[in-house]
Design a protein around this ligand. Structure first.
Ligand code: DC
Length: 225
């Protein structure tokens, strides 16, 4: 049986994880959420009392961190940090900030690279992140750059936070997304950018079902699956 890899990159809130998860379920591929791995590193550093934006605080933590991914019967990816399931904790708003702070550190990216590549060597994957098509899986069978306007992404994120009981003003959410976009696209190490051979999918005016249909059409056309 052939092993396929699909890379989905794009800014925060474009719908990458929801869509990649749904697409993976339809194709029978493993869904790998790489943002969750950066979140787990950020959570660990913060729990150790470190400042996530300081390389000298972050790098020593990599010596004592043990991260693994487990897939439940539901097919969902669980993040295990030193034996503890932190899947819910890494979704907190402050952890988005920690992840964004640790992710520009080259030592962190190098530490996580093998782990991500190993997943794609052993399984057909849909992997989402910022640098999957450009750095992690440059030979992916299909690369999709998924995007949407800042306004629309902030609306979606705001709704998601409210549903989880986190009441944060819309303008704050929007401002944080704009800041994260800037940080993700301007960092020196593996910045967010569209791979030259990526197909662009803009979901600004599409709902979830329509976005999924768009991605399925792209997969059908490009991979004949
Ligand atoms: O997709 P997300 O919001 O869960 O990602 C959390 C942070 O991790 C975000 O600031 C970008 C960073 N990230 C990264 O640098 N490279 C990836 N492949 C995935 C996420």
């Amino acid at each position: 049986m052939s092993i396929y890899s699909i890379a989905i990159d794009g800014p925060s809130g474009a719908g990458k994880s929801t869509l990649a998860k749904a697409l993976a379920a339809r194709l029978g591929f493993l869904y790998v959420d790489t943002g969750a791995i950066y979140r787990t590193v950020g959570l660990y550093v913060a729990r150790q009392g470190g400042d996530c934006s300081k390389e000298e605080d972050v790098l020593p933590c990599l010596k004592t961190i043990d991260i693994s991914m487990e897939y439940g019967e539901d097919g969902l990816q669980h993040m295990i940090l030193n034996g503890e399931d932190v899947t819910a904790d890494i979704r907190k708003n402050e952890v988005s900030r920690y992840a964004s702070q640790v992710s520009p550190i080259p030592g962190v990216r190098a530490f996580l690279l093998d782990m991500q590549r190993a997943m794609a060597r052993e399984n057909s994957v849909i992997m989402d992140g910022r640098d999957i098509g450009t750095v992690v899986l440059p030979d992916a069978d299909l690369k999709i750059f998924l995007t949407a306007s800042v306004e629309e992404r902030a609306r979606r994120r705001h709704k998601e936070l409210l549903e989880k009981g986190q009441e944060i003003p819309f303008e704050t959410v929007k401002e944080e997304i704009a800041q994260r976009d800037y940080a993700d696209t301007h960092r020196a190490a593996a910045p967010l950018k569209q791979a030259e051979d990526a197909v662009v999918a803009d979901t600004s005016s599409l709902n979830l079902e329509e976005s999924l249909e768009l991605l399925q059409t792209i997969v059908k056309e490009r991979l004949k699956l």
